[in-house]
Design a protein around this ligand. Structure first.
Ligand code: COA
Length: 155
């Protein structure tokens, strides 16, 4: 998939080689409370056996981070647990491309019926991004009040 500038947008696993590049990425200052730091997310990822951390690349440059289930989670869904685009790379379609790429990969799995994501209620950008990609609010909330959205892959 390509962004507006023609750079190819790909998801590549986080390894020892690109881990420090990932940790350096940060959202905008006013977004710091909306998402955990990438360092935190990488620690979290080691405890979540179904999920795998990936860098979001525009060409050869890592512009964002996404953590999503690579196998079905115990509740029967595939979750996108974290997604961020570095502040200086936002607004260029990378978030949208990354989510579309995850949908593309997961819809190949015969056991994937619904992809889920949640966000804090006032995260307007995340809500618009996910709806833009075909997610709908499920009407369910996480225990902490976060809004849950789902993308229906098959019935
Ligand atoms: C949410 C986030 C990942 C969007 O990434 P992005 O690359 O800037 O988004 P895109 O350029 O792909 O935008 C895609 C769509 O998302 C929506 N969107 C993105 N930023 C938005 C904003 N600031 N306000 C409202 N809608 C926004 C729009 O619908 C946009 O489509 P459009 O430009 O055609 O209107 C990015 O803002 C971010 O990293 N935020 C901080 C971390 C975060 O909140 N993560 C989500 C936690 S669940």
């Amino acid at each position: 998939m390509r962004d507006n500038m023609g750079k190819q947008v790909t998801l590549q696993p986080i390894t020892q080689e690109n881990e420090s590049e990932c940790i350096r990425l940060q959202p905008r200052e006013d977004q710091l409370t909306l998402v955990a730091s990438n360092a935190d997310s990488l620690i979290h990822a080691t405890k979540e056996v179904t999920s795998k951390p990936h860098g979001i690349y525009a060409g050869n440059e890592m512009v964002g981070f996404i953590l999503f289930d690579n196998e079905i989670y115990t509740d029967g869904y595939y979750w996108i647990l974290r997604c961020m685009i570095d502040g200086k790379h936002q607004g260029q379609g990378y978030g949208k491309r990354a989510i579309q790429e995850v949908i593309y990969m997961l819809q190949e799995r015969s056991d994937c019926r619904q992809i889920r994501v949640s966000h804090v209620p006032h995260n307007v950008a995340a809500n618009a991004l996910y709806k833009h990609c075909g997610f709908q609010e499920t009407g369910e909330l996480e225990d902490n009040g976060d809004i849950i959205l789902g993308y229906q892959v098959r019935g």
